[in-house]
Design a protein around this ligand. Structure first.
Ligand code: AP5
Length: 218
């Protein structure tokens, strides 16, 4: 099983690029935020547990996230491997992932860190629209769908995430700096960190990531 971690601040483009990478590598795309939003839409106990944290832009407690993601990774479509998007997000989550992989004689292949400054992230998130059905992300200016309000991929309707309001985005950025940014050195110390400039157009960023992959580092 090949495990590639995609990291970066909220709005760095993790989801956008992780889907492309997963397709290219023939791996499953596993996004913790998508899993929570699906659970929320389905009204499951997991969704209800996560709801308040997500609306406030806080992290959901580690044990809930770790159980959910490891369970997802055990499904058949993840047998070849996964591109993890938005997980791990704390040191405890990274350690739990390492332990679970070590128990199978595996380890993280690479952690791709997408660097994007805060002001760029704010523009990206306040203009973001998400498909209600497949969660594909769009942007009203940078990546609009062919038909306004309709997902190109599945025809679902697009909506604005509750936590993409400016005030909540600012709080998510603070939470990122406090709790998730320290993972950059966690992976750097393990020589797994690969940094990518996440600014510029969608295809430009994909090109940089693909070059990294072609160099055989992920
Ligand atoms: P989550 O859904 O993971 O949100 P996030 O990390 O804040 O990341 P985003 O989805 O906001 O951004 P992204 O980097 O994927 O960017 P995207 O590709 O969409 O988490 C939400 C919440 O769930 C958390 O706050 C927490 O409560 C909970 N949660 C999830 N995981 C957790 C965990 N592990 N532990 C604890 N709690 C957890 O792009 C953003 C926008 O920019 C889009 O509009 C896109 O079209 C546009 N865009 C992308 N690339 C470009 C580009 N190159 N140029 C211009 N526009 C671009």
């Amino acid at each position: 099983m090949m495990v590639v971690v995609v990291m970066g601040p909220p709005g760095a483009g993790k989801g956008t690029q992780a889907v492309r990478l997963a397709e290219r590598l023939g791996l499953a795309h596993v996004a913790s935020g998508d899993l929570f939003r699906e659970a929320l839409a389905a009204g499951t106990p997991l969704g209800l547990q996560a709801k308040g944290y997500m609306e406030r832009g806080e992290l959901v407690p580690d044990t809930i996230v770790v159980d959910m993601v490891l369970e997802r990774m055990a499904r058949p479509d993840c047998a070849a491997g996964v591109v993890l998007d938005g997980f791990p997000r704390t040191a405890a989550q990274a350690e739990a992932l390492d332990q679970a992989l070590a128990a199978q004689g595996k380890q993280v292949e690479a952690a791709l860190y997408m660097r994007v400054p805060a002001e760029v992230v704010l523009d990206r998130l306040t203009g973001r629209r998400i498909c209600r059905d497949c969660q594909a992300p769009y942007h009203v200016v940078f990546n609009p769908p062919a038909r306004t309000g309709i997902c190109d991929r599945c025809g679902g309707s697009l909506y604005q995430r509750e936590d993409d309001r400016e005030e909540t985005v600012r709080h998510r950025l603070e939470v990122y700096l406090q709790q998730t940014a320290p993972l950059i050195s966690y992976y750097r110390q393990r020589r797994l960190l690969r940094e990518v400039d996440g600014t510029g157009g969608l295809d430009e960023v994909t090109g940089r990531l693909v070059r990294l992959l072609d160099e055989g580092v992920a």
